[in-house]
Design a protein around this ligand. Structure first.
Ligand code: NAD
Length: 259
């Protein structure tokens, strides 16, 4: 399917690895020029070099912490006037409800709620003025069904979801859509890190921890960054202009809900 976005420009945050990289690759495959961001220069350069070689699109890289004001300023200096924005950042650490104080919540809110909001605030006006734009926020299945040990993520992402629900309807008249992609378990470094916690807590091997988690997913496997990226590229496409303010779960059926 021709996604109809060849020649558009996208900013994909936190995209040297994992789901962000999956989104960057799928957009590049559709002919989209990229601004890619992550904290570490080396992994970012490697990812960008691979994408340029494979898809022939232009890729600009900005190594910066997207969750800080200074980092965002660096990124936005090179990513002004993009047509497509994919927000993403590392997820908050796991823990228990009684462990978290105000500073922990502020960090989680900064990273997973206020950062995507700041990026939208900066880039939506240009998209609206040009009459076309796409925003895809990478959130989590924890928005639909809480993950007990990820209370910081549950909280921050729910806040972002509320913001998107209202804002998406305000920008839609200008040809701009905002939607959220909710990953369930995907085979990335983040998933391995969380499995590592189970290995420690239960004294089992990584393979056993993965098998345990896969057994809870009706698809009986983890998702891939490529599958995730394909949905992101579709949401960014010309075909998705009528999808507004939605929360799309990619979880292999793990969330046991009718709607
Ligand atoms: P990952 O750890 O595999 O990759 C994270 C990427 O983000 C890397 O490129 C890293 O350099 C970059 N990054 C992290 N913090 C950054 C920052 N502050 N500024 C700039 N770049 C930063 O993670 P992932 O699995 O791809 O997850 C992406 C997001 O999706 C996370 O917020 C995660 O919590 C969420 N999520 C992931 C899963 C999963 O199973 N993988 C499930 C639910 C939610």
């Amino acid at each position: 399917m021709d996604l109809g976005i060849s020649g558009k420009r996208a900013l994909v945050c936190a995209s040297s690895r994992g789901l962000g990289l999956g989104c960057a690759r799928a957009l590049a495959a559709a002919g989209v020029d990229l601004v890619m961001n992550a904290r570490g220069q080396a992994a970012l350069d490697e990812a960008a070099t691979g994408i340029r070689a494979e898809f022939g699109v232009s890729v600009t890289v900005v190594a910066a912490d997207i969750t800080t004001e200074a980092g965002r300023a660096e990124v936005l200096a090179l990513a002004d006037a993009v047509d497509i924005l994919v927000t993403n950042a590392g997820g908050p650490p796991p823990g228990l409800w009684r462990d978290w104080g105000r500073d922990d919540f502020i960090r989680a809110l900064d990273a997973n709620m206020l950062t995507p909001i700041a990026l939208m605030t900066a880039l939506l006006p240009g998209m609206m003025a040009r009459g076309w734009g796409r925003v895809i926020n990478i959130t989590s299945q924890s928005v639909k069904a809480p993950i007990p040990q990820l209370g910081l993520s549950n909280s921050a992402r729910a806040g972002l979801t509320g913001y998107v629900a209202g804002t998406a309807r305000q920008v839609a008249p200008h040809g701009v859509t905002i939607n959220n992609l909710l990953p369930g378990i995907h085979d990335t470094d983040r998933a391995t890190a969380l499995d590592g916690g189970v290995v420690k807590a239960q004294g089992i091997t990584l393979e056993e921890a993965r098998a345990q988690r896969m057994a809870t997913i009706p698809a009986r496997r983890y998702g891939t960054a490529a599958e995730f990226g394909a949905m992101c590229a579709f949401l960014a496409s010309q075909h998705a202009g009528f999808i507004v303010g939605q929360n799309i779960l990619l979880d292999g059926g793990a969330t046991n809900a009718t709607l």
